[in-house]
Design a binder for this molecule. Structure first.
Ligand code: GAL
Length: 380
C-alpha cells in the first residue's frame, strides 16, 4: 500500500505537468493577426488558401512560403493542414511540390498562388487548381494549373497549366463586342475611352485565340454540383466565372464575365439563404485595400454591390482590417455560420504573413465583418 502511494505521488505530478503543457499548446480561440501555431508550434504556412471539409475533418490548403521570401516566387509548393476544431491544425506536409527539374514549368522559382481543392464525387478524386506564373516572367503568363490526387493530403500529380477558354466567347458577350475593331495600341491606358473599351471586351478579343488570363482565383461548387473556376482575367480588370467539366479537370468553354472593368482580385464566394455573396479586393498587390461585397440571386446573374462589408473604424475599413480575402469558410454543424479568411501579407517575409479570420455577421441580409482580437466559434 505504502509503495502504491509512493508510486502515485511520483506519477501524479508528471501527469499534471503534461496536462498543463498540453493545454498550453492548444489554441482555444482565433487571434487574427497573431502568430498561429500549428500542432508543432510553428506558424501555419498556408497562405492565399482555402479549406474543404472531408470525412469529419477540415483540410486547409495554401501557399507554402519561404521564411525569408524570395519576392513572389515559390520554392516548395502547396501545403496542407488538417483540423477537427478549426483552431488546432496538424501539418500534413506538402500536397503539391515544385518539380526539381529545370525543364519543368513547375520548377522552383515559378509562382504558385491561391491554391484551392475540390473533391469530385463522380471520380472520387481530389482536384487542386492554382494560379501559376512562369519563372522569370513576373505575372505575365497568367496561367491556371491543375493537379489531381486519390488522397486528400496528396501527393497531387501536376497535370498542366493553361489559359482557359481559348477560341470561345463569354456567354454574356454581345455580338457587337465580338466585331469591335478598337485595339489596345489605339488608346491611352486608363483613359476614359480605354476603360470603356476594356468593359466592352478589348482584352477578351485580344486573348481570344491564346485563352483568357487567369490570375487570382478561387473555386466554387454550386448546388447542382457544377464547379466553377473564378479568376481575375483581362489584366485583372474583369472576373471570369468559368465552368469546369464534370471531372473538374478541365474547362467546358462556358464562361461569363462578371463586374467588367471593375478591377477585382482575391475572390471568395459563398451561398446562403438563396443568395450568392462574393468578397473581393481591389488591385493593389500585397498592400491591403477596401474589401468589396457583391451579391446575386443567380451565379450567372447580375451582381449588385452593396459596398464595403467592413464595420470598423474608417482606417480599418480602408484596409479590410489589414487583410485581403482568400476564402469564406462554412462552419459545419452550425446553421448560417461562416468565417471570413483573409491574408495580412508580409511581402518581405511571406511565410510570416498573418491569417485574419473573422466571424461573418449579418446586417440587413448582407454579410459584414468586424474586428475581434480574440474570438471563438460561439460568436457564430
Ligand atoms: C495580389 C494578389 C496576390 C499576389 C500579389 C502579388 O494582388 O492578390 O495573390 O499575386 O498581388 O503582388
Amino acid at each position: 500500500m505504502k509503495m502504491l502511494f509512493k508510486k502515485l505521488s511520483l506519477i501524479f505530478p508528471i501527469l499534471l505537468l503534461s496536462f498543463i503543457v498540453n493545454c498550453q499548446d492548444l489554441n482555444h480561440s482565433f487571434k487574427p493577426g497573431q502568430i498561429w501555431p500549428d500542432t508543432e508550434g510553428k506558424h501555419i504556412n498556408a497562405h492565399g488558401g482555402g479549406i474543404i471539409f472531408y470525412n469529419d475533418t477540415y483540410y486547409w490548403f495554401g501557399e507554402y512560403r519561404l521564411v525569408r521570401s524570395d519576392k513572389d516566387r515559390s520554392h516548395y509548393g502547396v501545403s496542407c493542414y488538417s483540423s477537427k476544431d478549426l483552431l488546432n491544425w496538424k501539418n500534413e506536409g506538402l500536397a503539391l511540390k515544385v518539380i526539381n527539374d529545370t525543364t519543368s514549368i513547375l520548377s522552383p522559382g515559378c509562382v504558385i498562388e491561391r491554391p484551392k481543392v475540390l473533391f469530385n464525387k463522380k471520380t472520387g478524386k481530389f482536384v487542386l487548381w492554382f494560379h501559376h506564373e512562369l519563372k522569370g516572367q513576373g505575372y505575365k503568363a497568367a496561367l491556371t494549373g491543375v493537379a489531381v490526387s486519390d488522397n486528400i493530403t496528396g501527393p497531387y500529380k501536376y497535370i498542366r497549366s493553361l489559359r482557359p477558354n481559348a477560341n470561345v466567347w463569354p456567354l454574356n458577350f454581345p455580338e457587337e463586342y465580338k466585331k469591335a475593331t478598337v485595339k489596345e495600341g489605339d488608346l491611352k491606358s486608363w483613359s476614359d475611352e480605354w476603360k470603356v473599351a476594356v468593359r466592352e471586351g478589348l482584352f477578351v478579343r485580344r486573348d481570344f485565340t491564346g485563352g483568357q488570363m487567369a490570375r487570382d482565383m478561387t473555386l466554387f461548387v454550386d448546388k447542382d454540383g457544377k464547379a466553377y473556376h473564378i479568376h481575375s482575367a483581362e489584366e485583372n480588370m474583369t472576373l471570369h466565372f468559368s465552368e469546369l467539366t464534370d471531372d473538374y479537370l478541365d474547362f467546358t468553354g462556358n464562361y461569363i464575365r462578371v463586374l467588367p472593368g471593375e478591377s477585382n482580385e482575391a475572390p471568395a464566394l459563398f451561398f446562403n439563404k438563396g443568395k450568392y455573396f462574393m468578397f473581393t479586393s481591389g488591385t493593389t498587390g500585397w498592400k491591403p485595400n477596401p474589401a468589396r461585397l457583391s451579391v446575386s440571386k443567380k451565379l450567372s446573374g447580375e451582381w449588385s454591390s452593396p459596398g464595403n462589408p467592413c464595420r470598423g473604424t474608417e482606417e480599418e475599413n480602408k484596409i479590410t482590417f489589414g487583410s485581403q480575402s482568400t476564402h469564406i469558410l462554412a462552419v459545419q454543424g452550425k446553421k448560417d455560420a461562416f468565417i471570413y479568411m483573409g491574408d495580412r501579407w508580409t511581402p518581405d517575409n511571406l511565410a510570416d504573413s498573418r491569417h485574419i479570420w473573422l466571424p461573418i455577421e449579418w446586417e440587413k441580409g448582407n454579410p459584414v465583418i468586424k474586428w475581434y482580437p480574440n474570438w471563438n466559434l460561439n460568436k457564430l
